[in-house]
Design a protein around this ligand. Structure first.
Ligand SMILES: [Zn+2]
Length: 338
């Protein structure tokens, strides 16, 4: 079958370039006192070359680099069959926020870091897991409930690669992250949709952001599928229906996942019928705070999950949630509740 036509045909626009320029000017301003060998201009040049790659991948979202593993359909991404080494995903209870820690063999990554006040507890949690070095850290998008504690993580652990979307934000939380990166001489890698990264015996493929969502920060969230060849997991930060539709258009096949981290804390602005149909997960996880003022997870989403017999785990009731894929089985552990 031919690829579905994208309704949201994406072209690298002047808006994107302007937006990228704003990011770099902001970063350049913040990088007024670079440490060690790198000058602000080096950083800027590096960033521009990455932005060009990002931009070129935007121009052809239906045929992104490294997308071959997406085209085969079947149950998730990846062709390796290593099932012996555990892949464990920790949905850390950070209240009305996201923080997900992933261990795969001797390798690990962190997606988001809770709110500002979660930083110290998150660092302790990672230290309890014997973490000294993180292969990847992803700041899905610049809202405080995702990058708030990221400066503490950057200050306390060695980080190989840090991925964030090319979208700046004028908040202290964002500036704290940039300051911490500067102090550790780390630069941001912008996501290239379709690119696959290895994480021990597992791998993850970036699916978005696929275009310039302007000031709609939620839809700028980095989206990805993680797989060990046996089980797969979708993480999309706070993407809403628009970005979900763009991902469905760009990747009409191969999105089937076993576990869906509900985007935007289970808000009804996300997890559209079409998206749930395409991913067809067996399990969903809502990362949200008890009694949160948004009413997350929303009833519409709960009903949609029930209709599809998707089992829901939620951090507001069960605390930190662990799921492990090993020897062909998924095993769930919750801090509290059932
Ligand atoms: Zn959020």
């Amino acid at each position: 079958m031919p690829p579905r036509k994208s309704k949201n045909k994406t072209t690298p626009s002047s808006t994107f370039i302007l937006s990228a320029a704003v990011v770099f000017v902001t970063l350049l301003t913040i990088f007024s006192n670079p440490a060690g060998g790198g000058s602000p201009l080096d950083f800027l040049a590096q960033g521009i070359s990455r932005a060009e790659k990002f931009s070129s991948s935007l121009s052809n979202p239906s045929n992104p680099e490294g997308s071959s593993s997406l085209s085969g359909g079947g149950s998730g991404l990846g062709s390796n069959t290593a099932g012996q080494e555990a892949l464990t995903v920790h949905f850390i209870d950070v209240g009305q926020a996201d923080s997900i820690f992933i261990q795969s063999g001797d390798h690990c990554m962190l997606i988001d870091a809770g709110n500002n006040d979660d930083g110290e507890a998150l660092v302790r949690y990672l230290q309890e897991q014997q973490v000294e070095r993180l292969d990847y850290v992803i700041g899905s998008h610049p809202h405080e409930d995702h990058i708030g504690g990221l400066d503490d993580v950057i200050n306390n652990f060695a980080i190989e690669t840090i991925l964030m979307p090319p979208k700046a934000h004028t908040t202290k939380s964002f500036e704290d992250v940039i300051d911490a990166l500067e102090a550790r001489q780390l630069s941001i890698t912008f996501p290239e949709p379709g690119k696959t990264y290895t994480l021990g015996p597992a791998e993850f493929t970036l699916l978005g952001p696929l275009k310039d969502y302007e000031e709609d920060l939620n839809n700028w969230s980095i989206a990805l599928i993680l797989s060990n060849g046996i089980h797969s997991f979708f993480f999309g930060g706070d993407i809403e229906a628009a970005a979900e539709a763009d991902i469905l258009s760009a990747y009409p096949y191969g999105l089937k996942t076993d576990v869906l981290k509900l985007s935007h804390h289970g808000s009804s602005t996300s997890s559209s019928e079409a998206f749930l149909e395409a991913l067809s997960p067996s399990f969903a996880v809502a990362s949200c705070g008890a009694g949160n003022s948004y009413g997350h997870p929303h009833q519409e989403v709960l009903t949609a999950l029930q209709d599809r017999h998707i089992q829901l785990y939620r951090t507001d009731r069960q605390g930190t949630i662990l799921v492990t894929s090993q020897d062909g089985r998924l095993t769930w552990q919750t801090e509290k509740g059932d």
